[in-house]
Ligand binder design. Structure first.
Ligand SMILES: [Zn+2]
Length: 151
């Protein structure tokens, strides 16, 4: 298994972008390169890199691709703005009931999702679910401490 240090990752991305750009330059000068696998603790890692040889593309073609990319980015901006204004819903961490963002009765920002290893707020729909959640967290901590004491 490859261990992806930031240097190795950057080198691999650039090499792959150069290879694909060279291979595809006749078909399409714009190449979307999937980024290499990253450790699960890097939520900001890019999904794609856009590689374009702006210096050497024929000017009309470069302008056509610039227009396409700008249209795509405008579309992304419109969709993301729209998504910001739509209410978001999240499941209650205890009972699973969907709660509108901001209307939760309890929220724990220190929660780490054990499946992803990423931090995400735990939202609770009412006081009963909040108390059950707290009891569960206390029990988990007690067991963890016991395991650590047992060595
Ligand atoms: Zn609930």
């Amino acid at each position: 298994m490859t261990v992806w240090t930031p240097e190795k990752k950057a080198a691999a991305v650039l090499k792959r972008a150069a290879t694909l750009a060279a291979k595809n330059s006749k078909k399409s000068p714009v190449v979307l390169v999937p980024s290499p696998p990253v450790p699960p603790r890097e939520p900001d890692a890019p999904q794609f890199i856009i590689a374009v040889d702006w210096e050497h593309l024929e000017l009309p073609e470069a302008e056509r691709w610039f227009g396409k990319l700008r249209a795509e980015l405008d579309k992304a901006g419109r969709i993301l703005n729209q998504r910001h204004s739509e209410p978001q819903f999240y499941p209650c961490k205890t009972c699973g009931k969907m709660i509108r963002d901001g209307e939760e009765k309890g929220r724990d920002n220190s929660y780490i999702n054990p499946k992803t290893g990423l931090s995400e707020p735990a939202r609770l729909c009412n006081e009963i679910c909040w108390e059950k959640y707290q009891s569960k967290r206390i029990e988990e901590r007690r067991k963890r401490n016991e395991r650590e004491r047992a060595g």
